[in-house]
Design a protein. Sequence first.
Length: 355
Amino acid sequence: MKKLFEPAKFGALTLKNRIVMAPMTRNRATVTSIPTEVMAQYYSQRAEAGLIVVEGTSPAPEGVSYIRMPGIWSDEQIDGWAKVNRAITANDGLAVLQLMHGGRISSVHNKPYPGVRTVGPSAVLAAGEVWTDAAGMQQFDMPEALSSNEVQEAIIQYGVAAKNAIAAGFAGVEFHCTSGYLPMQFIGVNSNLRQDEYGGHLEGRLRFPIECMLSMANAIGAEKVGLRICPGNPFNDIDDPDPIATYTHLLKSITHLPWAYLHIMKSPLPNIDAFKLAKEHFSGAIILNDGFTPETAENALEAGLGDAVSFARSFIGNPDLVSRIRSGQALAKFDRKTLYTDGAKGYSDYPTFSG
Ligand SMILES: Cc1cc2nc3c(=O)[nH]c(=O)nc-3n(C[C@H](O)[C@H](O)[C@H](O)COP(=O)(O)O)c2cc1C
């Protein structure tokens, strides 16, 4: 396990090792999207990671998809995140915040305040359901189509959220551009029926994610901004007929700036080698993800497929994952039933190997 333990410099980020904690929504914020004490504990316990990508966090009230999902638009939220970051840095950790606008993947029951709308590129319902504490499983809302002005506002909100993340002590942000949330809703041909410059042909459908990236780069510097993609991911009802063309175009369009990293997930489609596509079209640092074990991660770095590997599920039951990998200890399992429940149980109460 030599490669995984080498330090690295990704844009403005200095990692003490190449084991990254992947973002995981765990629904432990308040119902008004304010980070809590238990989140500070949970993340600080995992500060051995070379980089923690903190869970999907909304830049605006409309972007909240899930109940108790955190936000980064208010002073109270910035204060809450500052506490999380103080706990992480006290344990010598480094964190970036994943910015996630859920768009149409939402229910009014999960919004932080009454009257907050569910929005999308177009008024097209996504197939599927979402958990709400108020009314159990609910169909996704029919989204309201964002007006041209509102599209501009959403792009600006990403820049403001990035600034807020820095004010809260994060080293940078990661743009969540996968899993069927708002940026991917602009990319999908089924979810984006817009007639303006943010729809239609590929260039139009990619305009929103690209302008969001530029908005964040203008706000805090590209070297503090990472991008997460998963070419061909149909999750949350997205249809992209030509993912290779889409992501090649996306990466080529942003290559002029020195981004912190590209966080690339394996494609679910057998004909797409997402890691190869990343290498071909992205010149900065690459974080590989999805389904890695410590052994396959080390091999992938040895083979030069990327510069770091992220682990999600392995970090749930193993707060000391890095130590366990270093010393070859077995990895603990986790309880699925407490993945998204409130409070410390099944969240910040997993023991370290040494107890
Ligand atoms: C409980 C849970 C929550 C997740 N939440 C997010 C999220 O907020 N943002 C994101 O980009 N991916 C999210 N993912 C996906 C993970 O980051 C990761 O891509 C996936 O679990 C595969 O990595 P693994 O095999 O190491 O678990 C989540 C996964 C899990 C299991």
